[in-house]
Design a protein around this ligand. Structure first.
Ligand SMILES: Nc1ncnc2c1ncn2[C@@H]1O[C@H](COP(=O)(O)OP(=O)(O)O)[C@@H](O)[C@H]1O
Ligand SMILES: [Mg+2]
Length: 468
C-alpha cells in the first residue's frame, strides 16, 4: 500500500517502524505454503465453476478463402473458387451469411492442399520440402533465462510448420507446462510426460548391465516397480492429439520436475548410463522420428537434466534472447555453460572410450542459432546491430518483433496463428503476422538446408561415384 506523505515526499520516506510491524504478521512456516496452495486451489475451483478455466477443450478457428489463398495455398482466389466448384467432392467451406466469405477447418485446408499438390501446377510449392527416407528433425528451443520468448517462439514455429503442411510433434520439457496448456494438453502426473521414457532408458541400461554382472557371478542391481512399469511404456501412449489436426503433443506437468532429482540418483547407481541420450534414443526406438516431419522441444529456464536431454536430442538448437544488455550477457553465459557441460560429458566418455580402444564421441548439431525476440526497432536497433556484428551467422537474420497482438489475443487463443484477423484491423494483423512468418522462414531455411545436406549424402552413399 503506497502511503503518500503530506509533504509530497516519495512513498518510501518516513515509514513508521511500529506501523510496519503492526502490518507485518507472523513469520511463515512450511505450513503457510500449504495454506497458500489451498487458497489457490479454492480460487481455481471458483474460476472453473464460472467457466473461466484455462485448458478447456480447445477448438481451432476456421480459415477464410482470403487467408488460405494469401498465406497457405499459393493460388489466386478466383482460381481457388473455380477448382472447388469443378470438384464438388472437395471441402466447399461454410459461410456465415448468404454469399459471404467461405471458411474452412484446418483439416479441410490440408485436404485442399493435397488436391492442389496432386492436380495443380508442378512449378508451385504446395507442399513443403521433405526428403524421403530421412528421419524427422528435432528442434530444441532453450535458454536458461526465463521470459526470453522460448515458449512463444517454439509454439509459433510449431504452428507455422503445421500451417505449412508439416506433421509436427511438440514435446514439453518444462514442468510449468506452458506449452502443454497452449495445446490444451491433459496431463495428470509424470507418467504422462517424457518421464517414463527416461526411466525406461535407464532401466534398459540396468538390464544390460545386470546381464554382465550375472555372467561374472555378481549380484544384479535391483529393478524397482517404477522401472518395471517404465519398461512397458511406449511413446505412442504418451502422445496426445491437440486441437491442431497435424500437431501432436507430449505434455508436461509439475511432477515432471521430479526427473531433476531422480536422474542424478540413477546416474550415481550406474555411472555408465548415458543419461543425455535417454530422450532421443527412446523416441527413435519407438519410431517417433518416422511418424513426424518436425519435433519441437520446449525446455525449462534452467540447464538441468531435462534440458540436457532436450539439447542433446536436438538437430537444430534455437536460443531466443531479447536485444537488451542483460539478455545478451546472460545468453553469453548460457553458451559458456553449454560448452562446459557438453565438453565434460565428451571428456568423460572419451576417457573410457580410449581405455577400451573404442571410437571417441563428439556431440554435433546441424545448426545452432540465437534469435532476437520481442524486438523494438525504435529502442533496440543499436544493440541489435552490435549483437549481429559479434555473433555473425550464429544470430538468425530475422529479428522477431514485439507485437501487442500476442498478449491481446485473449484467453482461449494462443498467439498470432490462432487469432481471427477479423478481431483486428487487417493491417495490424498483417504486420504482426509478418514478423512470425519471417521467424518461421528463417527457421525453414535452416531445416531445408539441413535436409538437403543429408539427402545429398544419402544419394552419394547409394550411388557412389565410380573410382577411376
Ligand atoms: N514477439 C513478442 N511480442 C510480444 N510479446 C511477446 C513476444 N514473444 C513473447 N512475448 C511475451 O513475453 C513473455 C515471455 O515469453 P515466453 O515465450 O513465455 O518466454 P519463456 O518461455 O522464455 O519464459 C510472454 O508473456 C509472451 O507473451
Ligand atoms: Mg517457457
Amino acid at each position: 500500500m503506497a502511503i503518500s506523505s503530506k509533504d509530497g515526499l516519495p512513498p518510501y520516506f518516513n515509514i513508521d517502524p511500529d506501523t510496519a510491524l503492526a502490518e507485518l504478521g507472523n513469520p511463515s512456516t512450511t505450513a503457510n505454503f500449504a495454506a497458500i496452495a489451498n487458497a489457490c486451489t479454492q480460487g481455481r475451483q471458483d474460476l472453473a465453476s464460472r467457466g473461466l478455466e484455462d485448458g478447456e477443450v480447445r477448438h481451432l478457428r476456421l480459415f477464410s478463402t482470403w487467408e488460405i489463398t494469401r498465406y497457405l495455398i499459393p493460388v489466386a482466389a478466383p482460381h481457388f473458387r473455380r477448382v472447388l466448384k469443378a470438384n464438388p467432392d472437395l471441402p466447399q467451406g461454410r459461410s456465415e451469411s448468404e454469399g459471404g466469405a467461405k471458411w474452412f477447418t484446418l483439416d479441410e485446408v490440408l485436404r485442399l492442399r493435397t488436391h492442389f499438390a496432386s492436380e495443380g501446377s508442378k512449378a508451385k510449392e504446395y507442399r513443403p520440402y521433405r526428403p524421403e527416407g530421412l528421419p524427422a528433425k528435432l528442434v530444441s528451443v532453450a535458454n536458461f533465462k526465463g521470459g526470453v520468448g522460448k515458449t512463444s517462439t517454439c509454439a509459433h514455429l510449431a504452428m507455422s510448420a503445421a500451417l505449412d503442411g508439416y506433421k509436427v510433434l511438440v514435446i514439453d520439457l518444462d514442468s510449468q507446462g506452458s506449452m502443454t496448456s497452449i495445446f490444451g494438453g491433459k496431463v495428470t502426473d509424470e507418467w504422462q510426460t517424457v518421464f517414463p521414457l527416461l526411466a525406461r532408458h535407464y532401466a534398459g541400461h540396468l538390464r544390460r548391465e545386470n546381464q554382465g554382472r550375472l555372467d561374472r557371478g555378481e549380484p544384479p542391481h535391483p529393478i524397482d516397480d517404477t522401472l518395471m512399469e517404465a519398461l512397458d511404456t511406449r511413446a505412442s501412449s504418451l502422445i496426445q492429439k491437440t486441437h491442431w489436426p497435424n500437431i501432436d503433443l507430449i505434455g508436461a506437468q509439475l511432477n515432471l520436475y521430479w526427473a531433476e532429482f531422480q536422474i542424478p540418483v540413477w546416474r550415481m547407481q550406474a555411472r555408465g548410463w548415458k543419461l543425455w541420450d535417454a530422450l532421443v534414443e527412446t523416441l527413435e526406438a519407438d519410431g517417433v522420428l518416422n511418424d513426424y516431419d518436425l519435433i519441437f522441444i520446449d525446455t525449462p529456464p534452467a540447464l538441468g537434466y531435462l534440458t540436457i536431454n532436450g539439447l542433446s536430442a536436438a538437430d537444430i538448437l534455437l536460443v531466443p534472447m531479447g536485444a537488451s544488455f542483460l539478455e545478451f550477457d546472460s545468453t553469453g553465459r548460457f553458451f559458456d555453460m553449454l560448452h562446459s557441460t557438453f565438453q565434460s560429458i565428451e571428456e568423460g566418455e572419451n576417457m573410457a572410450a580410449r581405455a577400451l580402444g573404442r571410437d571417441e564421441m563428439a556431440f554435433e548439431w546441424d545448426a545452432v542459432r540465437t534469435v532476437i525476440t520481442r524486438y523494438d526497432g525504435t529502442q533496440q536497433a543499436e544493440l541489435a546491430g552490435l549483437m549481429q556484428s559479434y555473433l555473425g551467422s550464429a544470430l538468425s537474420p530475422h529479428r522477431q518483433e514485439f507485437t501487442a497482438l500476442i498478449g491481446q489475443a485473449g484467453e482461449q487463443v494462443n498467439g498470432i496463428y490462432e487469432a481471427d484477423y477479423r478481431d483486428f484491423n487487417r493491417e495490424t494483423y498483417a504486420r504482426g503476422r509478418e514478423t512470425f512468418d519471417e521467424t518461421y522462414a528463417a527457421f525453414k531455411r535452416l531445416v531445408v538446408g539441413v535436409w538437403r545436406r543429408e539427402e545429398l549424402a544419402l544419394q552419394a552413399e547409394q550411388h557412389p561415384e565410380p573410382v577411376s
